[in-house]
Ligand binder design. Sequence first.
Ligand code: ATP
Ligand code: MG
Length: 576
Amino acid sequence: MYWSRFHIPTLKEAPADAEVVSHNLMTRAGMIRKLAAGIYTYMPYGWRSINKVANIVRQEMDRIGSNEMVMPTVQPGDLWIESGRWRAYGKELLRFKDRHDRDCCLGPTHEEVVTDVVRGEVRSYRQLPVSLYQIQTKFRDEIRPRFGLMRGREFIMKDAYTFDKDDDGADKSYWDMFHAYEKCFQRSALRFKSVSADSGSIGGSFSHEFMVLADTGEDVVAACKSCNFASNIERAEVKPSGKVADGKNAKPVEEVSTPGAHTVEELTSMMNIPATDLLKTILFVVDGKKVAVLVRGDREVNEVKLKNHFSSVIDLDIMPAEMVEQVTGAPVGFAGPIGLKVDLILADFEAQEKDCWITGGNKADVHLRNVNLERDVPGVIFKDMREITLGDVCPQCGGEIELPRGIEVGHVFKLGTKYSEAMNAKFLDENGKEQFFIMGCYGIGVTRVVAACIEQNHDEKGIIFPPPIAPFEVLIVNLDAESKEAQAECVKLHDLLTAQGLDVLVDDRVERPGVKFNDADLIGVPMQIFVGAKELASGKVEGKDRRSGERVSLSLDKFAADFKAWQTKVYNGWNM
Ligand code: ATP
Ligand code: MG
């Protein structure tokens, strides 16, 4: 390929909305162009990299016997009503009507469609297992699209679905997929961690996310420094300390006047106490139920844990202010557990550690001292309700926890019979009895993988592509574009390396060398070869490893051998 005919519109300036380096560099390297919030055109240079990732994924899917297919992007609302998600999915589902006034949506994921396909085609246990996948455009009307391809509204996902006749089969499908995902991310040269994730009502270890570790990640991983424990912070269990106050220090409840102290900070400074003496009362509405959750003043409620307290939840929201005033009888900021008019009070295990707590008083400008939940709040349920933090111990081995940030690039999930039951998808087992399919669903954010890779591999000059997902593996830069000899040599090298199966780009533009050097580093092709009239005269060209910056001299009379040796060295630097 020749740059003069291949459109890579590089830019000097970053786009104004670029908050992360991958968004900045992908735009400047001409890989993507924004059409609207979270909606991008994949330009030719970017598309090549996306396709490299897609092909790696394809190979690993084929290896475990998953079959590629493509399902429609536009989906009938009826299917979503059947599964129960027309209501449950919320505003991320882009809905519209067709000309016959029928409800439709743009697919954010394909459980409904694939279940519909399989229930129509697979009748007998003999046809199982079935594993299907597609690499396709998804649409999710994200509330905060940002970071370029990292959180788009339109993006490319590889989504796979498995159907098994029994639990053992479903577990095998799950772990096959898990290991295939590890291979995909290793082959894409990502530094990642697989972490256990929230599996909602299914429980067990049947949901894992694959996290690319990067400071710009939107997720937080709780990982143990000593053992292999790693979990999305959303799910990370906090083990109770075992300390339970025995009531010996309990004292009568007293009112304290706290005018204008609505927040933990205001209260702790007014009363001159640490936040650890305080229990805050956070109010939620969970599918119409009024729920209070109590955690220590310096802790945060984990909403996933709250959600998982119930068997199924559609809507979980912070309680609106007017309702807070109704249930507490006080302005917002003074909620407390005593006399609260709610359906359920949950308290984190930590609330058992003391006999006396300071809480809101359910009265304007009043807090209470010496609140003892066991004694004063009938029906309170103690549970793991808070977010793990630094200083907590590993729930597996008691070791020290760290909290790195991560970008979720993949997710594997055992669904069980959730969709097959809702959509009545059954097969006949060995005994001629109808059974629901046991399903799994699995996703890789193909476009997000490219962005995550750039987050991990760049420097101040630009992208540093790992060879397997680089748009081109070799860039030949003609430093004397007007010299016929130099051009002929570039063509020769291009043809030779292309014949070896490499993707080669020749920068044959009539531009100053300085411009070409800068562009070369910006677009990040892993191996750069410079062809100039001066070096040609001495029978040489120069190679530069984009990652290490190391330069080598490649002699033209034994180019194939010199190149091979250099390529091995460059790839070894990438551990591949
Ligand atoms: P997130 O928590 O980041 O929103 P998710 O849990 O909604 O992700 P899944 O439904 O499991 O994601 O989708 C599978 C994969 O698709 C994710 O692991 C991620 O790599 C990718 N993905 C999800 N949402 C987006 C998005 N808005 N833009 C780009 N990729 C996405
Ligand atoms: Mg999401």
